[in-house]
Design a protein around this ligand. Structure first.
Ligand code: DND
Ligand code: ATP
Ligand code: MG
Length: 277
């Protein structure tokens, strides 16, 4: 069974990781998209603890599919963590201009475009503020590939990327995120009524039990079924999503034509490049 997270250790490891990443990249400002959901609330709290509120820039980027309560929650989080540099930008005019230019989009294409507009907006500010875009993907979303490729997946670092969604909620409570937000049902809000667990077809608790058994305990699919961690249908859902979406976290494939491909060159030359004065 999925154990509880050691929240104190996680806080120490993640905040020192954030400080390290900003120091290595020689960047000043953490640019964070704050949705009113638990993942971005947790990342906001961690970046504030790591860098101080004056080095965080928060962006609240609702669309017509965002419930007003989420916007209120996002504003409350920004205020309660002491972040003074923040802005609220409604993204519908940008989305509408995509649709006017490209023609009508299907529901999912439009939702993914929202995520990509948010990504592009965060990168505008990252460049201006000498910043890095701090991602909010958690281990459950990343392993399932439950995110938009180059949308919310397009980020510079992933501080909670090693935490299952169940663990993110535990860490959120430890960091002082209000319970209502820490326990809010997850939703990408890419269309009205959109809920993550409904779309995935499983609770995150079940997803996390399956992923923990596969990844951390090294159990085989057969062992998971034998030990009744999950039913065949549940296991198929998780492994099926992983299979479909694995490409999202891998570098784009390049065919081999010359002696040394770009990826091979990077591996071979990494020492030379890093040690170059
Ligand atoms: N095998 C393959 N090798 C290389 N590339 C491949 C590929 N298969 C598809 N692709 C490419 O990937 C594209 C599909 O990926 P993508 O555009 O991401 O689209 P897709 O995975 O179809 O949709 C995104 C999913 O993520 C969910 N989401 C999005 C945003 C936030 C959150 C959240 O939790 O907050 C969740 C959303 O609800 C939806 O279920 C294809 O159009 C194609 O371009
Ligand atoms: N309305 C929004 N304003 C600003 N950023 C947003 C908005 N909606 C989504 N994002 C960004 O996209 C990320 C991915 O959304 P996602 O729904 O996975 O995270 P969340 O809302 O923080 O938590 P949960 O997954 O539990 O809903 C958010 O964490 C946030 O950084
Ligand atoms: Mg959400």
């Amino acid at each position: 069974m999925l154990p509880d997270l050691d929240v104190r250790q996680a806080e120490v490891r993640i905040t020192s990781f954030i400080r390290d990443q900003f120091a290595k990249a020689n960047k000043e400002t953490a640019v964070v998209g704050v949705s009113g959901g638990v993942d971005s609330a947790t990342v906001l709290a961690l970046t504030v603890k790591a860098l101080g509120p004056e080095r965080v820039h928060a962006m609240i980027l609702p669309s017509s599919a965002t419930p007003p309560k989420d916007v209120e929650d996002a504003k409350e989080l920004v205020a309660s963590f002491g972040v003074k540099s923040w802005e609220l930008i409604v993204i519908d005019p940008i989305l509408d201009s995509f649709e006017r230019t490209l023609g009508r989009m299907s529901k999912v294409a439009k939702g993914n475009t929202m995520a990509r507009i948010r990504m592009a907006s965060l990168y505008v500010r990252a460049y201006e503020l000498k910043g890095l875009v701090v991602g909010t993907g958690d281990k459950s979303e990343l392993l399932l590939g439950y995110f938009t490729k180059y949308g919310d997946g397009g980020v510079d670092l992933l501080p909670i990327g090693d935490l299952y969604k169940t663990w993110v909620r535990q860490l959120a409570l430890h960091l002082g995120v209000p319970e209502e937000i820490a326990m809010k049902p997850s939703s990408p809000r890419l269309w009205p009524g959109h809920l993550a667990e409904e779309e995935i077809g499983l609770s995150y608790r079940k997803v996390d039990e399956i992923l923990y058994s596969l990844v951390d305990l090294g159990m085989t699919p057969d062992e998971i079924l034998e030990k009744k961690v999950a039913s065949l249908e549940e296991l198929e859902k998780v492994i099926g999503m992983m299979k479909t979406n694995m490409h999202k976290l891998l570098p784009p494939p390049i065919p081999k034509v010359s002696k040394v491909t770009v990826y091979e060159a990077l591996e071979r030359l990494s020492k030379v490049v890093n040690n170059f004065p």
